[in-house]
Design a protein around this ligand. Sequence first.
Ligand SMILES: Nc1nc2c(ncn2[C@@H]2O[C@H](COP(=O)(O)OP(=O)(O)O)[C@@H](O)[C@H]2O)c(=O)[nH]1
Ligand SMILES: [Mg+2]
Length: 181
Amino acid sequence: MNLRKLQINVLMFGLENSGKSWLFNQWSKHKLIQTSPTKGFNVGTIQNEDVSVSIRDFGGQPHLRKFWCHYLQSASVVFFVIDSTQRDYQQIQDAKSELQSLLDNKMIVWVPFLVLFNKSDLQNSFTNEEILDEFGLALDQQQIVAKYTHQAKIMRSSALQTDQFQDILSWLKQVTQEEPY
Ligand SMILES: Nc1nc2c(ncn2[C@@H]2O[C@H](COP(=O)(O)OP(=O)(O)O)[C@@H](O)[C@H]2O)c(=O)[nH]1
Ligand SMILES: [Mg+2]
C-alpha cells in the first residue's frame, strides 16, 4: 500500500434527477442503467497511482436534503450537480438555495466546490448567459465568495462523456494538496 497516497473525500449533492448517480456510475465505470432515486447514498472509490477518491452520491429528494449536513464533517471537496435542462422556476430556486446553504455552512468554510451543470449533451442545456443570469456563476470562475471564499470550478458535465473525470481529477489534486512543492 502506498502510504503517501492522497485521500480525497468527495460529497456529491444536488436536487433529485440532476444526474448525480449517472455521473457516479460513469466515473466509477459502472453501467449506465436506469437509476431509481437514491434513498441514502451510494459510495465508491476511484483509485489511481497517487490518489484515492472516495465519492458519496447522496439522494436529492426534498425530504432527504436535510440529512446532507450530517456528513459535511468528512468532506474534502463538495460536488454540486445541477440539471442544466431544468428551467422550472421553483427547481432553479431550490437548486440555488441548496447550493448557497452548503456554501454558507460553517462546517465546510474552506472546502472547495465543484459545480457541475450536467446533461450538457442535451441541446436545451443552459447557455453561458443563463448560467450567469440564473446562478450568478461563470464557467471559468475559480472561487465562490459566500461567507468565506471557496476555491471553485464551474463546469458543464455529461454522464454520457467517458473521459471527463480526468479533468476533474487534476483539479481535485490541485485543490486538495495542502502545500505546493
Ligand atoms: N442526456 C443525459 N441524461 C442524463 C445525464 N445524467 C442523468 N441523465 C438522466 O437523468 C436521469 C436521472 O439521473 P440520476 O443520475 O438518477 O439523477 P440523481 O437523482 O441526481 O441521482 C437518468 O435516468 C438519465 O435518464 C446526462 O449527463 N445526460
Ligand atoms: Mg441518485
